[in-house]
Design a protein around this ligand. Structure first.
Ligand code: HPA
Length: 264
């Protein structure tokens, strides 16, 4: 196993269709109290050292409900990461959103059921604030950069995360629509919350791979994978350009998430 010479402050978590970034990098296996994380590769973007972690593994072999979210986020924390930009394939519930669009969610609803959703199962009892669920600084830069690059981007959306691995029923999608959700995916949570619990900035670029169940006749993993692969060069460009502009200094609530989060 390779040892790290430098602290790595920036990371990208890749979703479906975005499983490789630094082509010749040696994979780094980081042990954590929660198990071994998905293999990380380290590279440079414009002088910044950046970690890339494909959450489904480099060959897309880990299903959404089996991803070790705690090990993944803890491993990034352990190597020094302070800011994460993640990517997620999603289905569109909002009829204005179309396959190929990028969406930067501002809020989420968690409908996962079987996942470990916290690092704080013991004392001190810890309640983090998620009034601003995603890092406002990374969100703003992602939106500005996407617009500069001429990409079709939605700058507000509510993401609902389901357990999977099956897709939803049309009735479930109708319920989510009535609750005010715009997009649906299986991997956005608890990742965003776990990052906040360790005071790591986190924002997501979602890309619409399909209309949600009931809004198109049939939904297949093949289709999700094909659209995701088609979108991935644009996604890569957006993430690289955003990381170039992302400052080390943080003026966002994420950096102080544990302040006043404990009763004593
Ligand atoms: N539902 C859940 N997860 C998804 C979808 C969907 O429609 N598309 C891509 N990931």
């Amino acid at each position: 196993m390779k040892t790290l010479e430098k602290k790595v402050e920036f990371a990208i978590i890749g979703g479906t269709g975005f499983e490789r970034l630094f082509k010749n990098a040696e994979p780094l296996l980081v042990g954590t109290p929660f198990g071994i994380a998905a293999a990380i590769s380290i590279g440079e973007i414009d002088g910044k050292t950046v970690a890339f972690l494909p959450r489904h593994g480099p060959d897309h072999s880990i299903p959404p409900h089996k991803i070790n979210y705690r090990a993944n986020i803890y491993s990034l924390h352990k190597i020094g990461v302070k800011r994460i930009s993640a990517t997620n394939a999603v289905g569109a519930i909002n009829p204005d959103f179309k396959p190929g669009d990028m969406v930067i969610p501002h809020d989420f609803v968690d409908f996962t059921r079987l996942r470990c959703t916290t690092f704080y199962n013991e004392a001190p009892v810890t309640h983090i604030d998620v009034s601003q669920p995603y890092c406002p600084e990374i969100r703003r830069l992602l939106i500005e950069t996407a617009e500069k690059l001429g990409l079709a981007v939605w700058d507000k959306a509510v993401l609902v995360s389901t357990e999977g691995p099956r897709y939803e029923t049309p009735a479930e999608i109708e319920v989510f629509r009535r609750l005010g959700c715009d997009i649906v995916g299986m991997t956005g949570l608890p990742e965003a919350v776990l990052a906040r619990e360790l005071e790591i900035c986190y924002a997501s670029v979602c890309y619409v791979s399909n209309m949600a169940a009931g809004r198109q006749e049939r939904l297949t993993a093949q289709e999700v994978s094909e659209v995701s692969k088609r979108v991935s060069p644009k996604l890569e460009q957006l993430l690289i350009e955003t990381i170039k502009r992302l400052p080390y200094e943080r003026n966002c609530p994420c950096a102080h998430a544990l302040k006043d989060a404990r009763f004593r």
